[in-house]
Design a protein around this ligand. Structure first.
Ligand code: SAM
Length: 249
């Protein structure tokens, strides 16, 4: 049926495309892609011929109207990004806002996402987590963001670029402590995939041991803050404290 389909694509290994992704992309009248040259190669690999439109940070506001008109005219439109799930640190948000306002049907397909894949292998709590995406590039903003997260108790998931991964980890050792548990997932599904489970200091050591380890794409998963036992009052004491607080002016 006519709708905007959100279609995840592989994050490295072409074998991770789903059956439904191939079906929807093959049936699509229009495919909106972040980088059309990049996506054409992917589509060629699956012999998909659809019309491609570019949709990126700089034109997506302007293009959303035209895309919505195509869906309203009864066409199948697919949104893809360069890799993984669209809108997850990728373009698409203005388009989805416009769909919401226009009442246009949106059908999301499940599929590859670096954050979830890394989290599943991290060996850290997954019952609650916070997706933090990319950290700010400038050191002032970076440090203030990390310092804001120092007492975050949920597992945190970050996207990181090869240029900044060591600087980010160093800033984290200052605000979180060098012994905070963390996992670095590098080049997931690719030839040089590595899943390193250690603490923040250990990850820096691993990255610095061989310079080529700092190349490629990274997801950094960091354990949440755990209050040291001494900060926790016995349940008894806590109950009394609550009673006392009620009495106090
Ligand atoms: N939408 C994508 C997703 O669903 O994962 C993420 C797009 S974001 C622009 C790109 C970032 O995702 C990279 O800088 C890296 O942090 C992470 N990433 C993507 N592919 C990866 C891979 N194969 N291994 C590790 N990290 C990856």
């Amino acid at each position: 049926p006519s709708a905007l389909y959100i279609v995840p694509t592989p994050i490295g290994n072409l074998g991770d495309i789903t059956q439904r992704a191939i079906e929807v992309l093959s049936a699509a009248d229009l495919i909106a892609a972040e980088d059309t040259r990049h996506s054409r190669k992917l589509l060629d690999a699956f012999n998909i011929k659809g019309q491609l439109w570019s949709l990126h940070e700089h034109n997506e506001r302007a293009r959303s109207g035209a895309i919505i008109e195509r869906v309203q005219a009864g066409q199948i439109v697919a949104l893809i990004s360069d890799a993984g799930t669209p809108l997850i640190s990728d373009p698409g948000y203005p388009l989805l806002r416009a769909c919401r306002e226009a009442g246009v049907d949106v059908i999301p397909l499940p599929g590859p996402c670096a954050a979830i894949t890394a989290l599943s292998a991290a060996g850290l709590p997954t019952d609650r987590f916070s997706f933090e995406g990319f950290l700010p590039a400038k050191s002032g903003a970076l440090n203030s963001r990390i310092s804001d997260l120092a007492k975050e108790s949920r597992t945190m998931v970050f996207y990181e670029s090869p240029r900044r991964v060591v600087a980010t980890l160093s800033a984290m050792t200052e605000h979180f402590g060098a012994d905070r548990e963390a996992t670095l997932a590098k080049e997931i599904t690719k030839r040089f995939e590595a899943i390193v489970q250690s603490d923040l200091a250990g990850l820096i050591e691993w990255l610095e041991a061989e310079p080529e380890r700092q190349q490629g794409e990274f997801v950094l998963v960091v354990a949440g803050y755990q209050a040291p036992d001494t900060e926790q009052l016995p349940t008894d004491a806590e109950k009394w404290l609550v009673r006392l607080m009620e009495e106090l002016p």
